[in-house]
Design a protein around this ligand. Sequence first.
Ligand code: ZN
Ligand code: ZN
Length: 439
Amino acid sequence: MKLRLALLLPLAAAALSAHPARELVERTVAAEYPSLEAIYRDLHANPELSFMETRTAGIVAAELRRLGFTVTEKVGHTGVVAVLENGAGPTLLIRADMDALPVKEDTGLPYASRAVVKDIAGKDQPAMHACAHDAHVTGLIGTARTLLAARAHWSGTLVLVAQPAEEIGAGARAMLGDGLFTKFPTPDHVIALHVGGDLPAGFVATLEGPSYANVDSVDIVVRGIGGHGARPHSTRDPVVLSAQIVLALQTIVARELKPGTPAVVTIGALHAGTKRNIIPAEARLELTLRSYDEEVANHLIASIKRIAEHTARAAGLPDDLLPVVTVAEERTPLTYNDPALTRRLAATFAHWFPANQLGTVEPATYGEDFSQYGRTTHRVPISIFWIGGTDPEQLAAGRRAGKLVPSNHSNFWAPVPEPTLKASITAMTAAALELLGRK
Ligand SMILES: [Zn+2]
Ligand SMILES: [Zn+2]
């Protein structure tokens, strides 16, 4: 994920009026920080890929068990659920995702990953926490510690979730399918945070409504009739046809959607052929689609099917050799941050952070399977907020030079630990104290 900072203006000029637990929280964060950074560095150096997060899950489970949570492991494959009942009151679920990416780390940090690990298919891959999920996990452990220290200040049930496989859009579904809302206390609210490389470290941002995009994955197999490269007239060339399809697909967003409608059609992979003088029989295209509206998402898919089919017909392909368009069954749906809940979080943060550390962001075209927590029949209000992770000086220098600064999913990016982790834990604790009951 990546963010564009829309507004650095303060959300509210609220005075930093003190929450009764504020000093205790600050003291706890300061006291726990060295051991939390050690956990963070360890997680960073030992990344695990989607649905393979057994070591990470073990660390979370052991930490939360030690704090007195009732911990269940292997929920949705490698997920962890930790429950702490602390009197009558609302149930709050806080989610952190655990998985890393198949990226070779080039940050040069002393705790950089050199790991080569198995992916779920059993293939060896370099791995890196390039999306800061290691900071999310550390933040979850830190939040558990502060909320435990401040337990005299809240009442209700706290459910902490370490979720697998966010990067492949499958972990939230796996945990929900495994009874997260039915075998464990059903939450009144679900919240999460994401560390963003486009925001200054320690910055806290919220956004109401659509926040992450619908993501659809589409494959097109363009079929032709292969033959000798010297005899094109005796073939139907799938390379030329693919090129026409790729260009024609560009007209969907440009010519079919109302101007201003956010949508992306990207052909990220195009494979065909083995040798210069052979016209192949097939070409393969891999697409990713992004949108903020169900209707737009369906329109993109219908247009892709229509354009692929009819461009092939125009090229003279018979019915039995028309392109095969496959749409991945599961859409990673739009993440919709409940407006009332998000406003409540923003107002809370305004009491805990100085105004120049608060703001809002534009919706991201990235997908987030956090969306799934708000889409069950329980219709639980959800909200995910952002914590900045990059050195503000580096961001400013990049802006001055007109250069892109490395961000999430880059082999060169990792957050600055201290301001990022401290802001994550403070913001998450503040949010929890607001959403749980008062004592
Ligand atoms: Zn990511
Ligand atoms: Zn992420």
